[in-house]
Design a protein around this ligand. Sequence first.
Ligand code: URP
Ligand code: ZN
Ligand code: ZN
Length: 460
Amino acid sequence: MDLIIKNGTVVNADKAVKADVGIEKGRIARVAPSLSSPAAEVLDAKGMLVIPGGIDMHVHLNLFFCGTYSENWGSATAAAACGGVTTIIDYAIQAKGATLKEAVESRMQDAEGKVCIDYSLHGGITDWNERTRQEMDYFTKNGIPSFKMFMIYRSQGWMADDGILFSALEETKKNGALIMLHAESAFVLDLLVERYHTPEMMKKYGAYCHALSRPCFTEYEAVQRAATWAKVTGGRVYIVHVSAGETAGILARAKADGVKIWAETCPQYLLLTDAVFKRKDGHLFATCPQIKQKHDAEGLLKGLRSGALEVLATDTCAFTTEQKAMWNGDFTKIPYGLPGVETLLPTMFTFLVKKNRFSLEKFVSLTSTNPAKIFGLYPRKGAIRSGSDADLVILDPKKKVVIDAKSLASACDWTPFQGMELTGYPHLTILRGNVIARDGKFVGVRGSGRFVPRSPGGKL
Ligand code: URP
Ligand code: ZN
Ligand code: ZN
């Protein structure tokens, strides 16, 4: 073995045990009560938790969105590593008239030489036709078995109408792919946005217009509709960034009804409320869907507990305060999106484990094992067992940290979680057997992240 991590508590989704972890050629060789090997380097993890590297299956790096580019692959993935995330999945969104293949190649070129952790891509379907249908079949068999579709973003040309969604879902029944859905009700949303998009309303409410124009029903109506299409087609659907408490109930009922539906929520919907939009810097928090109310956060937590939602992801799409200032008082012109991949594990560890809401095992399942299983990375990623990639986080469960944008590794100059007091933070992040982050600093090799082909997943 090349490396042995000794004396830690090894946490998998099913159990936490005191054990040593032996690593050879970037893979986990053995997990056993006491390991030794003369040539191996030894890391002492006494008092620490050894968990599988975080998998954030929803990020947007270097995305041209709302007239500007989100944070680049290099700094964002170095930041991810500092926060304990070892794999991300971004999107290759097809341009109108272009192929998915072109989108995938261009995203891979973009990541090349910059990406610091392992990554994969979801296809992004914006132009549904026979060629796209064939490409979907092709990519499902060749490493990219999940495809994002948007029920909104009509003016950007990204929206899939119900007919398109219906036929894409029919296809997933045949080929085993997964449709990932941004579910909001486009037409009602556009109407409400127009209603608040007046000089009077914007003067009166400022960035809070963003909250007023996106009430919960604009999400849960769309999710209900998507669940109906998934039920009648027998298709497979995953709802991204669930923000409303009512949606958790819809997901639970659909699952009980046998619908093949999975879902994620994000830290911003659990930790914040729409009161942020009333702050002087409230426009910074604009994201789609918008952050909702306390009872929504409670409903989402309940949904995570019951299994109505299976994944924590971040929807990272980071814009600086300077980019966010482009809004100039018009809430429809804010670059929408938040930083978050770096703070996913630490914030959720404090909020869920330290506050005794969930067990360590459940924390690992939400941040690593479930996304690995649903998105076809398991057992290569998402578990500490022999044969898996040695993607690990040695987390100090007692370390006290107050989140401050200045100390984070992200190039984004602000964080939605500024001032949050945490207990527990990654000490070391290990990617395929190599230490790539130490106490919040990236120490790996830029560009050494690899593209990871996936197989059709969607099972837990
Ligand atoms: O506002 C957000 N979340 N921006 C990224 C694009 C999306 O809808 O996920
Ligand atoms: Zn979205
Ligand atoms: Zn997104």
